[in-house]
Design a protein around this ligand. Structure first.
Ligand SMILES: Cc1cc2nc3c(=O)[nH]c(=O)nc-3n(C[C@H](O)[C@H](O)[C@H](O)COP(=O)(O)OP(=O)(O)OC[C@H]3O[C@@H](n4cnc5c(N)ncnc54)[C@H](O)[C@@H]3O)c2cc1C
Length: 387
């Protein structure tokens, strides 16, 4: 028996490797970068831990529950809600008695939210094939302009990394269910702790880092050096643009993001909430040390700020300082991630071109850790079912 060859050490590839390993099936995983994790990674700089893009672990995702040891990640939790301008808005299911104290909510917003809540009872598929977009769905409810434009739209612009919410309405319902009933968290060591945990249960000699694969067939991979390695099967667990390139397809359009990190003197602790701004140079920001103090050296606060507009560091800093009067911010770092997320449905052509190569990756489902983990599980199970 030859090993199963896995190309890509992101969450999907690591998940496939773990399931093969748990089933005593030999594998080799090739990862282009020097570390595993792909889009889930963290960088250390000047004593700060900076996630590559603002990301959270949604603990209610079924595959997260099934695959990760959450207790070992030492999670720090966000409060469920958001701060909108200076108004606190908490998840009405957690604080039902506060419902009518939120300035941003009118009676018709409560009525529309109740209708959405009703739709969330029972199983909510992330993708149901319906063509209605999230933007169209939001417009179809009678939300007040204020709630829609200051909370709902900027919140989902941050989730989808899109200005116009063209992702399917089913995905809106699916995420709503996760946000309302689950918890968002960051591990003590930053998001990189997730792939590190997944890799820790794999034999290190099976993880080939700094190995870019340039060509594949259903039973072999070609390294950049020209070396060809044979296997029983190949799992292609790369991101959508690379999968398309390797399979000889046009590069599909993806969604970009830009996250900026700033430090300041530690201020008084505030509720651990996402803060929605919805302005040109600042969509949202968070004081990450209010969520997880371990991300910064003692006495320092760490802020992350996201803009979808290609804004400069100075533009974001000015916009953020306006939100934090009296705070003097120091720029630490920014991450430009051109292929952050993909539009769903973009995968069909890739699937059709696979020709015996087993695919894994969030793009096969929907952009999230759940999508990546589930696609990795399915790829490994498909291979195990062959023997
Ligand atoms: C800014 C941002 C915010 C996000 N926020 C959230 C969030 O809050 N919650 C959530 O659940 N999800 C979030 N996501 C999505 C989540 O990170 C992804 O869905 C998930 O990490 C995708 O995993 P993957 O394994 O499918 O792909 P990737 O992580 O892209 O993994 C692909 C791997 O393949 C490797 N590779 C590529 N080409 C080659 C090659 N030729 N040879 C060998 N290796 C190769 C890459 O280096 C990479 O390691 C966010 C993503 C971004 C970028």
């Amino acid at each position: 028996m030859k090993p199963i060859l896995i190309v890509g050490g992101g969450i999907a590839g690591l998940q496939a490797a773990n399931i093969l390993h748990q089933n005593n099936t030999d594998f080799i995983l090739f990862e282009k970068q020097a570390s595993v994790g792909g889009r889930v990674s963290s960088t250390k700089k000047d004593g700060f831990i900076l996630d590559r893009g603002f990301q959270v672990l949604q603990t209610s995702y079924p595959e997260v529950q099934r695959s990760l040891d959450l207790s070992k990640l030492q999670l720090h939790f966000f409060e469920s809600g958001a701060k909108v301008k200076d108004q606190l808005f908490f998840n009405p299911l957690r604080r039902p008695f506060d419902l009518f104290t939120f300035d941003i909510l009118t009676f018709k917003d409560v009525f529309s939210l109740a209708k959405i809540w009703f739709r969330l009872q029972g199983e909510v598929p992330a993708l149901d094939g319906n063509k209605q977009t999230t933007q169209e769905l939001i417009e179809s409810y009678t939300f007040s302009n204020r709630f829609k434009n200051e909370f709902l739209i900027p919140f989902f612009q941050g989730v989808f990394l899109q200005e116009t919410l063209t992702q399917p309405a089913s995905l809106f319902f699916y995420y709503m269910q996760q946000f309302l009933y689950g918890n968002a968290a960051i591990p003590t060591g930053g998001m990189q702790a997730i792939p590190d945990q997944m890799a820790s249960s794999l034999p290190t000699d099976k993880l080939k880092l700094n190995q870019e694969i340039v060509a594949i067939s259903p039973t072999s991979v070609t390294l950049k050096s020209g070396e060809i390695i044979e296997g029983d099967a190949v799992i292609l667990a790369v991101d959508l643009p690379v999968a398309a390139k390797i399979l000889g397809l046009q590069t599909p359009q993806t969604l970009a993001s830009r996250t900026f990190y700033f430090s300041a003197k530690k201020a008084e602790k505030e509720p651990a909430l996402l803060r929605l701004v919805g302005e040109q140079h600042l969509l949202h920001f968070t004081c990450l040390t209010d969520v997880n103090p371990e991300l910064a050296p003692k006495g320092k606060a760490l802020y992350s700020a996201t803009s979808l507009q290609g804004s400069s560091e100075e533009e974001v800093k000015v916009a953020l300082e306006k939100q934090l009067p009296g705070q003097k911010l120091t720029f630490i770092h920014s991450f430009d991630i051109p292929h952050s997320l993909q539009k769903v449905e973009a995968y069909e052509t890739v699937k059709n071109a696979a020709n015996g190569i087993v695919l894994a990756g969030d793009y096969l489902e929907f952009p999230s850790l759940q999508g990546a983990l589930h696609s990795g599980s399915k790829a490994a199970e498909e291979i195990l079912a062959r023997s």
